[in-house]
Design a protein around this ligand. Structure first.
Ligand code: AVJ
Length: 358
């Protein structure tokens, strides 16, 4: 089986994936999904895509930059620090769910009474899902763990470290875009699927984008397959606001680092010191947005282009969408899922929603 995956991956690298298997075209400014750069070695160089996205964002009437570009080496480190800081709660909440509601999760999966592929989209270090994997293994559920990530490194690490921590576990990592990999899987595996789409995945999508994401996800599943999706819930607006305006100023550095990255990688000359981190949370829509505020009128060179910024002009850099339970149910239904269950942490700040494909 392992060889099969490898071969499929190698074959897939020969294609230019633009529009090949996409069942619905979509744009997601999200960290881990929709990142096709690894599939286009022979088309545009990566810098080019970055440059195009940056220029497109900064030349439109209201300026914006895609949040997926936060995560260079420094950005990764800053995000690690954000996850550890007092004010940023989502990571701890979801960890609470995976540590303390493991029995319910195992129950749902073992009720499928069948071989299962546990497919994790954007697995990272799988520090949350490992609790589930350990429990499944203890309960002797027949499963294979298939982490999908755009980082080759992450996949290689999981494949070597997981069997040491969970003896006997079958791990088949896949390196690439979520939907390309799900497409490969739907033609190569007959097991029931359990999709894990935790934490950050849906967070950086607008409601519309998450709606098409869920529909597209559903198109790779069969009735009875399960999706477990993490959502940050609406709550006291002050708590949400503070999570993106932390007292240690880490989120501010994280946001500003985007300009540092543009300076370095795109030969630009943003004067970082005249920009400020700003964020807003709208309790009416659940949208938490980050911006970079330009405090002085300025011209910025980006390669051969010049961008003019007025004093107090704002560049929108990120959306972190918060959901009500009602919105989550609506999203499930519009995607072709039955919302089966919602597992929350002790504070009821975060939900892992269990959906069954219908
Ligand atoms: C990785 C998308 C889940 O939106 O909460 C944290 C990124 N941005 N602080 C989020 C982030 C600012 C994070 N996600």
């Amino acid at each position: 089986m392992h060889h099969n995956y490898k071969r499929l991956l190698i074959n897939s690298l020969r294609y230019d994936f633009t529009g090949v298997t996409k069942k619905q075209p979509m744009i997601i400014h999200s960290r881990l999904s929709h990142n096709l750069k690894y599939f286009k070695p022979e088309t545009q160089p990566v810098e080019n895509q970055f440059l195009q996205d940056v220029l497109a964002g900064l030349t439109s009437t209201s300026k914006s930059l895609p949040s997926k570009y936060f995560y260079d080496e420094t950005g990764d480190k800053l995000f690690q620090q954000i996850m550890q800081c007092e004010d940023y709660y989502p990571t701890r909440c979801e960890m609470d769910i995976f540590q303390n509601r493991t029995r319910e999760l195992v129950g749902i999966i073992s009720n499928l009474h069948c071989n299962v592929d546990i497919i994790e989209l954007g697995a990272g270090d799988c520090s949350k899902s490992i609790h589930l994997l350990k429990a499944l293994s203890n309960e002797q559920v027949n499963f294979k763990y298939i982490p999908i990530d755009i980082s080759k490194n992450i996949i290689a690490n999981l494949e070597s470290s997981l069997p040491e921590q969970i003896p006997g576990i079958e791990v088949k990592g896949m390196n690439g875009d979520y939907f390309e990999m799900l497409n490969l899987l739907s033609s190569s595996s007959t097991s029931k699927k359990v999709i894990l789409c935790l934490g950050g995945n849906i967070a950086n999508m607008t409601i519309n984008e998450s709606e098409s994401f869920c529909k597209q996800l559903r198109s790779y599943l069969n009735p009875g397959d399960i999706a477990i999706i993490g959502f940050d819930l609406v709550k006291n607006p002050r708590i949400i606001y503070n999570a993106y305006y932390d007292r240690e100023g880490i989120t501010s550095r994280f946001n500003l680092n985007l300009l540092t990255r543009i300076n370095r990688e795109l030969n630009a000359n943003f004067n970082i010191s005249i920009f400020e981190h700003f964020c807003s949370y709208d309790p009416l829509t659940g949208a938490c947005r980050s911006f970079l505020v330009c405090t002085k009128e300025t011209d910025v060179q980006i390669g051969s282009k010049t961008i003019h910024l007025k004093k107090d002009e704002c560049i929108w850099t990120e959306i972190s969408q918060k959901y009500s339970r009602g919105q989550i149910i609506k999203l499930a239904k519009s995607g072709g899922f039955k919302p089966t269950q919602m597992l929350t942490d002790h504070k009821e700040w975060f939900v892992d929603a269990i959906w069954t494909a219908i």
